[in-house]
Design a protein around this ligand. Structure first.
Ligand SMILES: Nc1ncnc2c1ncn2[C@@H]1O[C@H](COP(=O)(O)OP(=O)(O)OP(=O)(O)O)[C@@H](O)[C@H]1O
Ligand SMILES: [Mg+2]
Length: 454
């Protein structure tokens, strides 16, 4: 089927259907190539083997984003290219409206959050979405805007569904852990988000912006982002404490309240599903394999050292089963210092939720430990003493604060093994792909080693 220039009632749905339409993708690539709009790098990306169809669509979207003025004046004689350009230019236009304080004022008053005039709106740095801070005389508000195109990659859901999922996770967590566990969304309400999640896009620009937005009070500068602290031991300790709380309070969770009503939205509810995900969908096993089979000379010493750690994926998973059986837990998979606000007296508030999942506790604990290290190396911290100090503080705080005796030495061991797997799986292949420096790779490797033996 060729996607034509019919009326597009939902931009994200259009993009998704395009990813399933090989013929239209080829025509768009051909059109952009013929007009000399694809850069050398984009052409190389398109030739990369083994990519899903989402990938060429992302490349075409990015190419169109970079050439809006030229494309606007061109006769686009290919229907699929014309439709995609219609969506891309509309999305870019919507985003440009957010630069304007008067648009922000209209959004804020239409949501009923505040009738104040927005004096200034500025975009914050992020990877996936479009977070903004709006200043008014009565204080600052945070606005997170979700685009149908995402930032660099096509998002997992329609922006209205992203808003709903965020609200669902926030509300479930608040039911479980109390009002001060997460940041508080002021707009939309849960029921508004639910009513909109599968709807067409609204006609008016203001409504389209509003239905994709999440508005919260601004937690900065009162709170700091935990990932930005210079005290690495504090980062580890605070995060370990947060995870211990989740273990203690979410152990033996019940399918009650909101969680009962929305249980089908929770991922990996059985051991079989979780194990299948670990083996076939999570990137860890695959990337670890790539690393250990590398022929590169500069990696040989690391591969030799890694072999000495005697990590065995099957064995770690088998051990996992006992912890799953004794107390699988409800988790937010993206829990990390970068998604945690911290205040010395008021404690922590977590944010940035994609979905809820049930996980095996030692695996979850290891992932959060890995994220502590990742958030630090993303700031170019590659001092293995600091990384080890943070990881040890995390693990000690977590283990000391666990109430349940079911978590013994074997639990600690499983955490460190999953952590070592993940670190090797992430940084060494990143080094091969020139995304990590030699220093970074060496440093995280030493951290993994000292956690395993320490
Ligand atoms: N309520 C809030 N008040 C002030 N700033 C906030 C608030 N919520 C989030 N932020 C800021 O916005 C940034 C991005 O938010 P969030 O993590 O939800 O989006 P993201 O697209 O997942 O970004 P990233 O990929 O960088 O994690 C945060 O790092 C934080 O600095
Ligand atoms: Mg985030």
């Amino acid at each position: 089927m060729l996607l034509g220039v019919c009326t597009i009632v939902n931009s994200y749905r259009y993009i998704k259907s395009l990813t399933m339409d090989q013929q239209s993708i080829e025509r768009i690539v051909h059109f952009l190539g013929e007009k000399n709009l694809l850069s050398n790098q984009q052409m190389k990306l398109l030739e990369r083997p083994g990519q899903s169809n989402k990938f060429p669509v992302s490349v075409c979207i990015n190419c169109m984003r970079e050439h809006i003025p030229e494309l606007s004046t061109m006769v686009i004689d290919d229907a699929a290219s014309e439709s995609l350009f219609g969506v891309v230019s509309d999305e870019v236009y919507l985003l440009s409206l957010l630069k304007d304080a008067s648009t922000a004022s209209r959004i804020l008053s239409s949501t009923g959050v505040a009738c104040d005039k927005v004096n200034q709106i500025r975009r914050l740095e992020s990877n996936l979405s479009y977070p903004h801070l709006m200043s008014t005389v009565k204080g600052d508000f945070f606005l997170k805007y979700n685009s149908a195109l995402g930032d660099r990659y096509i998002p997992r859901y329609d922006p209205k569904e992203v808003v709903f999922q965020n609200l669902l996770v926030e509300n479930v967590l608040r039911e479980y852990f109390g009002d001060e566990f997460t940041t508080k969304t002021l707009y939309p309400s849960f029921s508004t988000a639910e009513n909109r999640r599968r709807a067409d896009d609204s006609h008016s620009e203001l409504e389209r912006l509003t239905e994709r937005a999440i508005i919260q009070p601004s937690y900065s500068p009162e709170f700091i982002l935990l990932s930005e602290s210079d005290d690495f031991s504090l980062i580890g300790k605070v995060t370990g404490n947060l995870v211990a709380r989740i273990f203690n309070e979410a152990a033996g969770f019940r399918w009650s309240g909101l969680l009962e009503k929305y249980q089908n939205e929770v991922r990996d509810r059985t051991w079989e599903e979780f194990k299948e995900w670990l083996n076939n969908q999570s990137w860890i096993k695959k990337r670890y394999g790539i690393m250990m089979n590398s022929e590169r000379e500069d990696l040989k010493p690391f591969i030799e050292e890694a072999k000495k750690l005697k990590l065995d994926w099957e064995d770690v998973i088998t051990k996992s089963y006992q912890f799953w059986d004794k107390g699988r837990i409800l988790t937010v998979p993206d829990l990390r210092p970068k998604n945690t606000f911290y205040h010395e007296l008021k404690g922590t508030r977590i944010f940035d939720f994609d979905y809820l999942a049930i996980q095996e506790p030692s695996f979850f604990a290891a992932m959060v430990m890995y994220f502590c290290v990742k958030d630090a190396t993303d700031r170019n911290i590659s001092d293995s003493d600091k990384l080890t100090e943070m990881a040890s503080a995390y693990l000690n705080e977590l283990i000391t604060n666990l109430e349940k005796s079911r978590f013994d030495d074997s639990f600690r061991k499983n955490i460190t093994q999953y952590f070592a797997f993940t670190i090797i799986a992430r940084y060494l292949p990143d080094y091969i792909a020139s995304l990590a420096t030699y220093e970074k790779m060496k440093s995280v490797f030493h951290t993994a080693k000292s956690m395993l033996v320490g």
